[in-house]
Design a protein. Structure first.
Length: 695
């Protein structure tokens, strides 16, 4: 028997980007484990990725090119050859491009976070064609806008410092399910005497483990941050020296924050006024005493109308109390902009024609697939190539998304590992390799390491890497630019800008051997300011926001759908709904892994005992959740983990694997956030009723 251990990286949409070791016996991957030497991974994988071989060798893996034989959406296919698949795709795309290249749309997101298999060769292909560009907004763009206006980019604390903090606010996230390696640091901080505070409308697994849980109404986090600012200023829990030297616009911020009394804040947030006071004093008091205070900010609070502003407001707090003076102080949302990613080399935007093709927002794909040509919109979308995504399951207002993909005149190509909800609508379905079968290089949004992925096994069946599929398509389309001949190693070697001192040591061949390498960034990067904003300071007042037509100061933007902002709608649909990730799924990935789906059981809806009693619903009853956009069904779980007026549907189930063929995105809206043009998944009002069927 020949046994080898291959260095790899987890590719999934998670802050942790784990360094992995893959055991291969006689060409078969038998075990995937965390690299014990990688400081962040520390030998630990989440329950999902620990079972990666189960996913790679899944009996339902797509192994051959397929052509649709039945109506769209039914998932009926026949096997064809790669030559036949590529010739068919090239013929159809050439015909569309001859009429109007912008009628072709790529649709992708973070099915893999790799810089090679994510968007390198694919971006080159679509740029050269002159296809419509895709705004990739579906997860993080609202928060990215908010933090960029304030701190200058998606930058912040090093996760490896959190264990030394004395107060940690875990705001808008459930890291036990979605950021386990940060949670390990938080638990260590707690063991050393730190106070952990969860701020989340839902008493999640994480909130249960924190000493304090504060449950504001969905969409009110910006108000809570303003209330904290009010108390910090009122009670002089400020670092005046840091404010004077390293911030911009404090006097304007002070005037705004003083409008947000604890009483007003508590009323907006639906929490006791004592909790507002307690939170501000815990945070500001510890900082005033010289202790490091840290905020782990996540994406839950940004998926509402004012989500970008909510992130901005929270990101102002560390500068007010001087938290950035400590390695274990500050805020972390995403570390992406800490990496000097070499986008021009990876994606070759120079291939784009002039003028630039139009841009389509992936979060409004339901409407956009149904639009006719117009001067405002441009040409109708005639062809979609989907890779690294499952929009029929994950995009908002799912009934419209499905109707769009069901168009008989829409040519759809899907690159996939499995026959997902979206794959069922494909005209041509192409088998893609998994992370164990191709090379890639990764940055992370939760730590500061570049990580290499070496292929551990040969591709299953006739599966090909995304890069190879787009190379072959480029050749079939007659695109002969030299960049389409670049190998995956060629692309990976250009992934980071070595002229930047943070990555001057980057060498792809060395990284493949070592597995990972940390960026050269100081432990306390903003102790003396130096933020990547235009001013070099934390910008409480943002001239860029004003120029973009936004309020330049921290503000509160109420939800689209709430009892306070839309009382007429709330009379018909009195319950707010959020749909955070289930612990055993990652967005819609892993839903078809039987062991993980068995652990989740079936789609559930958590509702408070008061709301259940008012509707005659008992624990375990089948319920129907509805609003004007749609309906889905789930099994009721009556629990005080929700607050009154809130229901929680852990997601995202493949629709075909739910008993009624639907999921929570039947009810979500295509309305966008205040900044970043992101979706408002958690800005939803619904009604719930008991039903005796699985409708």
């Amino acid at each position: 028997m020949t046994t080898t251990v291959v260095r790899a990286a987890c590719p999934h949409d998670c802050p942790d980007t784990c360094a992995m070791l893959v055991t291969v016996e006689n060409g078969v991957a038998t075990k995937v484990r965390g690299d014990p030497d990688h400081p962040t991974t520390a030998g630990v994988l989440c329950t999902k990725v620990a079972r990666y071989t189960e996913r790679t060798y899944h009996p339902e893996r797509l192994l051959y090119p397929m052509r649709r034989t039945g109506p769209k959406g039914l998932g009926r296919f026949e096997r064809i050859s790669w030559d036949e698949a590529l010739d068919t795709i090239a013929e159809r795309l050439k015909a569309v491009a001859a009429r109007e290249p912008q009628a072709i749309l790529p649709y992708s997101y973070a099915g893999t976070m790799g810089l090679v298999q994510g968007d390198s060769m694919s971006a080159r292909f679509f740029h050269k064609l002159g296809a419509s560009r895709l705004e990739r907004t579906i997860c993080a763009s609202a928060g990215a806008a908010g933090i960029t206006y304030t701190l200058g980019g998606k930058v912040g604390m090093d996760v490896e410092q959190f264990q030394d903090a004395k107060v940690i606010l875990i705001w808008g996230g459930n890291p036990i399910a979605s950021n386990v390696h940060f949670w390990m640091r938080a638990v260590e901080a707690k063991r050393r005497g730190a106070l952990l505070v969860a701020i989340d409308p839902y008493r999640s697994l994480t909130a249960e483990k924190c000493q304090i849980h504060i449950a504001p109404l969905p969409g009110t986090d910006a108000a809570l941050a303003l209330g904290m600012m009010h108390i910090l200023i009122r009670d002089d829990l400020l670092d005046h020296d840091y404010i004077a030297r390293h911030t911009l616009g404090f006097d304007d911020l002070k005037a705004r924050a003083l409008e947000w009394t604890p009483q007003r804040t508590a009323e907006i947030c639906g929490i006791p006024v004592e909790q507002v006071e307690q939170l501000a004093h815990l945070y500001g008091g510890a900082a005033r005493g010289g202790d490091p205070v840290a905020i782990r900010l996540n994406y839950g609070l940004q998926r509402v109308r004012g989500g970008g502003m909510a992130v901005r407001n929270v990101c102002c707090l560390p500068a007010l109390v001087g938290a950035w003076r400590h390695a274990a102080g500050g805020v972390q949302l995403s570390a992406t902009d800490s990496f000097p990613k070499n986008t021009p080399a990876l994606q070759r935007p120079d291939l784009l024609p002039g003028p630039l093709p139009r841009s389509i927002n992936m979060s409004t794909i339901g409407d956009d697939l149904l639009r006719l040509a117009s001067p405002e919109f441009g040409p109708r979308i005639d062809a979609v190539i989907v890779y690294n995504s499952n929009p029929v399951a994950v995009a908002p207002e799912s009934p419209k998304v499905a109707r769009g993909f069901a168009r008989e005149d829409l040519f759809t190509v899907v690159l996939e590992h499995f026959q997902t909800d979206t794959a069922d609508y494909a005209d041509i379905l192409l088998p893609a390799t998994t992370q164990l079968e191709h090379a890639d290089v990764h940055l992370a949004y939760g730590h500061l390491y570049m990580v290499a992925n070496n292929p551990a096994i040969a591709p299953m069946g006739e599966a090909k890497p995304n890069t190879e599929i787009f190379r072959l398509l480029a050749a079939r389309m007659g695109l002969d630019d030299a960049c389409f001949a670049d190998t995956d190693d060629d692309i990976a070697a250009e992934a980071f800008n070595k002229a930047d001192p943070r990555a001057a040591h980057f060498d792809w061949q060395a990284l493949k051997q070592r597995g990972w390498s940390k960026l050269a960034i100081p432990d306390v990067p903003y102790a003396e300011g130096g933020f990547p904003t235009p001013s070099g300071k934390c910008e409480f007042y943002s001239a860029r926001m004003l120029a973009d037509g936004l309020d330049p100061l921290p503000a509160y933007i109420p939800p689209y759908e709430s009892a306070a902002s839309n009382p007429e709608l709330a009379r018909r649909y009195p319950l707010a709904m959020i749909s955070p990730p289930a612990r055993n799924f990652l967005n819609s990935t892993f839903v078809n892994v039987q062991s993980l789906r068995s652990t989740e059981g079936e789609p559930h809806l958590d509702l408070h005992p008061q709301d259940a009693a008012a509707r005659g619903i008992a624990d375990g009853d089948r319920v129907r959740i509805r609003n004007d956009r749609g309906v889905f069904s789930a099994r009721a779980r009556v629990t005080a983990n929700t607050r009154p007026g809130l229901v929680v549907g852990l997601s995202i189930w493949w629709k075909k694997l739910a008993s009624d063929g639907r999921n929570a995105n039947e009810l979500t809206s295509q309305r966008l956030t205040d900044m970043g043009r992101a979706p408002t998944f958690y800005d939803v009002l619904v009604e719930v009723e008991k039903t005796g069927s699985d409708e």
